[in-house]
Design a protein around this ligand. Structure first.
Ligand code: BGC
Length: 396
């Protein structure tokens, strides 16, 4: 993921917690999978208030394998703790749809399954590292072979609570990168695809957050209103689906939550951006979104923002060197506009290859502040994972 740069309802607290199944009254080792939960879930309000994100088996096994390779036993023990931290699962190809059910089968009644919907035609139009499997124009494939089967699976598990981040980078790229040919060509498919996803995924057991970039992207004074308008228009075109809760920020990003003054507040262009940390961004973007007619609660990815002061510019997005795991997922954010800190990017999966001969090589992944060597986007990156563990802040 990534590309960019850019210069110049809240409803009542949470929905019915599914009734605990009889198994849950047994020994604490016996966790009831959601399929066995008695009641269909209807989410309203902050879905993270009563349920934390389930540590999905896909990432947990990546982490366990990684920890097993670490010879320093103290570090290995810390690494292993990451396997228990609830992290979003990316459905970045049609082939990955098959892993959704592995997770849904196992989610206990008191947890949320969390996924990223990420397979738009012409994906990652402003960068190369995460170019996807569907070409511009493949909108019918996106609908019928990607969204529809996912919806069918979610419908099979009405008793399971699910949180979704919708299509990282897509709408933000239309706000700031529409001068790029690939983004211009992708625009109508992005808008149609996101609206379709929102409409079809609008099930009672689902809460959706549309990606809104981060403070260094749509936080510029000139981008706040157009950004809000872009998201709200797509939302309204989808029929204002009830289960859209708001927006996601800092997905796979690096910005601090509330560092003051912000990391780039001394930059020469800082005067044009009031959103020097994610908290300020949420506080500025949320009211714009609300007045544009969209629900505007936020979730913020704090998975890899534990260390600050690493990037030359805050548009640098690829495998930032020196990074550490950040704040643990939590619904105690101290911000009424922010539902939760979440780990969206699975720390240890690469942002993009540093091999300059690769088709998906993006120059951001070869920059001075990027960790090298690095494998293809999404591939496991052992050395990077170990660094995240070592530099975790708070420590693991
Ligand atoms: C990659 C995806 C991957 C995701 C999570 C993105 O940058 O393009 O393939 O699933 O990151 O690691």
């Amino acid at each position: 993921m990534k590309g960019f740069i850019a210069a110049a309802a809240a409803t009542a607290i949470t929905g019915a917690l599914a009734a605990p199944s009889p198994v849950e009254k047994g020994p604490i080792t016996a966790r009831a999978p959601a399929a066995a939960c008695a009641t269909p879930v209807t989410l309203s309000g902050n879905p993270f208030a009563s349920r934390s994100v389930f540590a999905n088996p896909f990432y947990a096994s990546e982490v366990k394998e990684a920890a097993a390779q670490i010879t320093d036993s103290a570090l290995a023990a810390k690494a292993l703790k990451v396997a228990d931290i609830g992290t979003f699962q990316w459905i970045d190809t049609r082939a990955k749809i098959s892993i959704i059910e592995d997770t849904l089968k196992e989610v206990p009644c008191d947890k949320l399954a969390a996924f990223v919907i990420y397979d738009l035609p012409g994906r990652d139009c402003a960068a190369k590292a995460s170019n996807g499997e569907l070409a511009v124009g493949d909108i019918n494939i996106y609908k019928s072979e990607y969204i529809d089967p996912i919806v069918a699976l979610f419908k099979k598990y009405p008793n399971t609570a699910i949180a979704l981040v919708i299509e990282p980078d897509s709408l933000p790229n239309l706000v700031t990168n529409s001068d790029k040919t690939a983004c211009k060509n992708s625009a109508s498919g992005y808008r149609e695809g996101v609206a379709y996803a929102l409409k079809q995924l609008n099930l009672p057991n689902i809460a959706m957050y549309i990606d809104a970039g981060h403070g260094g992207w749509l936080g510029w004074n000139d981008n706040l209103k157009p950004g809000a308008k872009e998201l709200a228009t797509v939302y309204k075109n989808a029929g204002s689906p009830k289960q859209v809760r708001g927006f996601a920020t800092n997905v796979a990003g690096w910005n601090a939550w509330d560092l003051t003054p912000g990391e780039f507040s001394k930059a020469t262009d800082a005067q044009w951006n009031k959103c020097q940390n994610e908290k300020l961004y949420v506080e500025a973007f949320s009211p714009e979104l609300k007045s544009a007619g969209m629900p505007a609660q936020a979730i913020v990815d704090t998975g890899r923002n534990g260390v600050q002061g690493l990037r030359k510019e805050w548009g640098h997005w690829c495998n930032v060197n020196g990074a550490g795991f950040g704040r643990r997922p939590s619904s105690s954010t101290g911000s009424s506009l922010t539902d939760a800190f979440v780990w969206v990017k699975p720390g240890g999966e690469s942002d993009g290859t540093s091999d300059s001969s690769a088709t998906r090589y993006d120059s951001f992944c070869g920059m001075e502040d990027a960790f090298k060597p690095s494998p293809e986007a999404g591939a496991w990156h052992q050395a990077y994972f170990e660094m995240l563990v070592k530099n975790a802040n708070p420590p693991l």
